[in-house]
Design a protein around this ligand. Structure first.
Ligand code: SF4
Length: 381
C-alpha cells in the first residue's frame, strides 16, 4: 500500500505579521473559512482520482498556515473524517496543527485534541513583548503563557515551540532569556529560526534602512551555537538544522520531506511530491476558488524531476538532518557517474570542515550548519 503524508494549508490569520512571507490573508470571517474548507474538500477528491491515491496510507497529516487554529474543533473532526473516505490512517498516524496563541484557550486546545490532533506546533517566536510588537505578532505574552501552560496539562506527548532569533538590538543575554523562558515549559520539540526577510515583506525596507540594529553574523553564530549547547545539555537531539527534539519527539511529517517521501499538499500555495513529480497550487485565493468551482485542480506548476535534479535535491534534503546521506544509499538509487561527481563535492566540503565524513556517511558539521544555504548552493552548482 502506498504511504504518504498530507499537508493542509489554511491561509487565514488574525492579521499579517510584518516579517511574514507565507501565503496568508487577514480574514477571520467564518463564511470565508467554511467556503475554503469546502473548496479544499473538492481539491482532495479531484487529486485523489487524478493521482490514483485512493486507499493510500497516511502516516502524517499537517494542518499548517496561516493560522489553522482559527478553525473550530468541529472543522478538524470533519476534515479528518473526510480524509478517512479516501485514505487509510496508519495506526501511529501523527496529526499536527500549527497553533497561534491568540486564537486558542485551554478548552479549545482540549477540543482539538479530542477531535484527533495529537501534535501541536505553537508559534511563540518571542517571550519579549517588545519583540512581539516589532514583529507585528497578534499574540500577547499572557496568551502565550496560557497556551504553553495548557500543553503540559493535556494528554499530548508531542508538541513543539517556535522561537526566532537575530531580532533588532537583541543582546546575547536577551536571547538566553528567550530559550530559558521556553525551557520552563519542557516542550518535547523546539524549532529555532533566525529572522530573515524577503523583499516582499514590510520589514524588509526597515531592515535595509537600519542594518546596524540587527545582530551581526558573528553574533548570530554565537546565539545559535549557545542554543545548540544549551538544548543538548537538556537532552534535546539536534536532528535537523533548525529542529531539536527529545528522543522520539521528532516531527515525522517533516522527516518525510527530508527523506524523499511522497506527500500530497492541498490548499492555496501547497506543494505536492508524488511519483517523482513536484506540483504547486496557486497562491491566489481568488484563483483557487475559481478553479475548483470550474471543477479543475488548482495547480499552477508541475515538473518531472530529472534524475540529476532528484539526486541533488535528495542530497540537500538529507544533509539537513543529523542522519546525513550515505554513499551506499546514493549508489543504490542513482547513476554511478552522477553520484561520483556529487561525492567529489561532498569530499571537498568535508576537507573545508563544513561536512563531516564518517565511513560512508556525510553530515553537516556545526560550522556547516551555520552556513547551510551556501553549502547547498555548492552542491547545486
Ligand atoms: S501568524 Fe504566521 S502565517 Fe500568519 S501572518 Fe504571522 S507569520 Fe504569517
Amino acid at each position: 500500500m502506498k504511504k504518504l503524508s498530507l499537508y493542509f494549508h489554511f491561509p487565514f490569520c488574525v492579521k499579517r505579521c510584518r516579517y511574514c512571507d507565507f501565503v496568508s490573508y487577514p480574514r477571520r470571517d467564518r463564511h470565508t473559512h467554511l467556503k475554503y474548507k469546502k473548496a479544499v474538500f473538492q481539491e482532495i477528491a479531484l487529486k485523489v482520482e487524478e493521482e490514483g491515491l485512493r486507499g493510500s496510507e497516511l502516516s502524517t497529516v499537517y494542518l499548517g498556515g496561516g493560522t489553522p487554529s482559527l478553525l473550530f474543533s468541529e472543522d478538524v473532526e470533519e476534515i479528518l473524517n473526510y480524509l478517512r473516505h479516501f485514505f487509510a490512517f496508519s495506526s501511529s498516524i501523527e496529526i499536527t496543527m500549527e497553533v497561534n496563541p491568540e486564537t486558542v484557550n485551554g478548552d479549545k486546545i482540549r477540543a482539538f485534541r479530542e477531535a484527533g490532533i495529537n501534535r501541536f506546533s505553537v508559534g511563540v517566536q518571542s517571550f519579549n513583548p517588545h519583540f512581539l510588537c516589532f514583529l507585528g505578532r497578534s499574540s500577547s505574552l499572557e496568551q502565550i503563557e496560557n497556551v504553553l501552560s495548557c500543553m503540559g496539562k493535556i494528554n499530548c506527548s508531542s508538541w513543539s515551540l517556535d522561537l526566532l532569533y537575530s531580532l533588532p538590538f537583541q543582546s546575547f543575554l536577551e536571547w538566553q532569556r528567550e530559550v530559558e523562558s521556553a525551557l520552563v515549559y519542557h516542550p518535547p520539540h523546539f524549532s529555532i529560526y533566525d529572522l530573515t526577510f524577503s523583499p516582499r515583506v514590510p520589514l524588509y525596507q526597515f531592515a535595509k534602512r537600519h542594518p546596524g540594529i540587527f545582530p551581526s553574523s558573528d553574533e548570530e553564530a554565537l546565539y545559535f551555537e549557545w542554543a545548540m549547547e544549551r538544548l543538548d545539555s537538556e537532552g534535546y537531539r539536534h536532528y535537523e538544522i533548525s529542529n531539536f527534539a527529545q528522543p522520539g519527539a521528532e516531527c515525522r511529517h517533516n522527516l518525510n520531506y527530508w527523506s524523499d517521501g511522497e506527500y500530497l499538499g492541498v490548499g492555496t500555495s501547497a506543494w505536492s511530491y508524488l511519483g517523482g513529480r513536484r506540483q504547486k497550487n496557486t497562491s491566489s485565493l481568488k484563483n483557487y476558488f475559481t478553479r475548483l468551482r470550474e471543477g479543475r485542480t488548482p495547480l499552477t506548476f508541475q515538473e518531472e524531476l530529472a534524475p540529476h535534479q532528484k539526486l541533488t535535491e535528495d542530497i540537500m534534503l538529507r544533509l539537513r538532518t543529523e542522519e546525513g546521506v550515505k554513499t551506499s544509499y546514493l549508489l543504490a538509487q542513482y547513476k554511478r557517474e552522477e553520484v561520483e561527481s556529487k561525492l567529489k563535492c561532498l569530499e571537498f566540503l568535508s576537507k573545508e570542515g563544513f561536512i563531516i565524513k564518517e565511513e560512508e556517511r556525510f553530515y553537516l558539521s556545526q560550522k556547516g550548519m551555520l552556513v547551510a544555504n551556501q553549502i547547498f548552493q555548492e552542491i547545486l552548482d
